[in-house]
Ligand binder design. Structure first.
Ligand SMILES: Nc1ncnc2c1ncn2[C@@H]1O[C@H](COP(=O)(O)OP(=O)(O)OP(=O)(O)O)[C@@H](O)[C@H]1O
Ligand SMILES: [Mg+2]
Length: 390
């Protein structure tokens, strides 16, 4: 089965360069690889110095390059979804396609739907995704959960879809397939988005890799990015520290810079203890052309198992204890002051800054209440106790 590697990070840190290097390395290992860019300001073509069109182009044996044009993809493949979203959004009746482009994360959403579709064809063993800068990716990650909230409220049928797709009832899902024709467009879109979310959260399929440089602002944002990704239970399993000044540069001009970088590299090492880190040197020239990309492979990637995802990042889990249950959620770098936790009839809700994660509660917890919340060592522990009968 093909694996998806998503490279994300703040603007200009090296996402395109690092993902290109992975693609070249992967092709060199004899794996059929697709390097795909979801950033509207594409530059895969620039890096490889080739002209790319609206479909994947072969760069070398085992490597295709593809700059997704979300508008084209939308019109070609997902017109029905667009119409559905149009129907669901307040105020959007009769609006034209262009209006949808305004919604945050919409373009990336279509790009990811396209990537999921490509994955289903089985044409590639590895799909490497060069993302748009962090902000947009994050709003996108939130999107499916937001959407399912709307769906639950507006269209109770969504609940059926949810059941159909739960992992335990995959068999049931097969059984339901013939009836899919009969589903409304909205249900089908809902299913597609839930499927996409399941795919992106599935640790056996998707790796999310963060790219950073050792500078204050970037380090801050990368830590927060990591925190939110974990809040939503995405599988972040690698950090790349790019533009690291070689220690033996032998030029006094860089003495102070070396110290500054060292400070931020140490911070990154402390904040990302659970996942492998990989440093990439700062080169004397831009990463342009296949030689430059191969140089990153040679200096930083080869000999390491960069396509493995062997780390065991603690996922969220429910465990039974003497007097109830504990739900543990891994949220590295979170601060108490920005956390808020509450419970609805069916969900535990964790609010972190501007983000909110709804975690469905198992039926067994229907009569339980959250009695305490403790944040320790990057882990939030919610304790559930049974409501006493009065
Ligand atoms: N290790 C490096 N040494 C020297 N130059 C680098 C290095 N990594 C990246 N660059 C250069 O820095 C610039 C930004 O890199 P790149 O395009 O890979 O970043 P990006 O994160 O994809 O940017 P964007 O957010 O704009 O898509 C490019 O000009 C690239 O050639
Ligand atoms: Mg880029």
């Amino acid at each position: 089965m093909s694996r998806i590697y998503i490279f994300t990070g703040k603007g200009g840190v090296g996402k395109t360069s690092v993902s290109a290097a992975h693609a070249v390395l992967s092709a060199g290992e004899g794996k059929r690889t697709l390097l795909v860019s979801t950033d509207m300001a594409h530059n895969l073509g620039d890096v490889f110095e080739v002209k790319l069109g609206k479909e994947p182009v072969c760069q070398r044996e085992n490597l295709d390059l593809y700059e997704i044009d979300p508008n084209y993809v939308m019109e070609q493949d997902f017109w029905d979804i667009m119409e559905c979203i149009g129907k669901m959004l307040p105020d959007s009746s009769g609006k034209s396609m262009e209006d949808f482009g305004m919604l945050p994360g919409m373009e990336e959403l279509f790009s990811l739907l396209k990537i999921a579709e490509i994955r289903d064809t089985g044409a590639y063993e590895r799909i490497i995704v060069d993302c748009a800068p962090t902000g947009e990716t994050l709003s996108l990650l939130k999107f499916p959960e937001l959407l399912s909230w709307y769906m639950e409220k507006l269209f109770p049928m969504g609940k059926v879809a949810m059941r159909v797709l739960s992992p335990v009832s995959k068999r049931l899902f097969e059984l339901e397939l013939p009836n899919r024709q009969a589903m409304t467009d909205i249900e089908r879109m809902y299913l597609k988005l839930i499927q996409l979310q399941e795919l992106l959260k599935d640790r056996n399929t998707t790796s999310i890799r963060l790219v950073a440089i050792p500078e204050k602002m970037v380090v801050e944002e990368t830590k927060r990015n990591y925190m939110y990704m974990n809040l939503y239970n995405f599988n972040v399993d690698g950090l790349y520290i790019n533009r690291v000044i070689p220690a033996d540069i032998g030029n006094p001009f860089f003495d102070e810079w070396l110290k500054i970088q060292k400070k931020y590299i140490t911070q990154l090492e402390e904040s990302f203890r659970e996942i492998p880190l990989c440093s990439i040197p700062w080169y004397e020239e831009e990463v342009r052309g296949t030689k430059a990309v191969e140089r990153i492979c040679k200096d930083a990637l080869s000999g390491k198992e960069v396509f493995e995802s062997s780390i065991q990042v603690r996922r969220e889990q429910f465990e039974q204890v003497d007097d109830g249950y504990i739900l543990t959620v891994f949220i590295p770098n979170a601060r108490k002051e920005e956390l808020d936790v509450y419970q609805t009839e069916t969900e535990a809700v964790i609010r972190l800054g501007n983000y909110k994660r709804n975690i469905p509660l198992p039926n067994a917890l229907k009569t339980y209440m959250i009695t305490s919340a403790k944040l320790e060592d990057g882990k939030l522990r919610l304790r559930f106790r049974q409501e006493c009968a009065k």
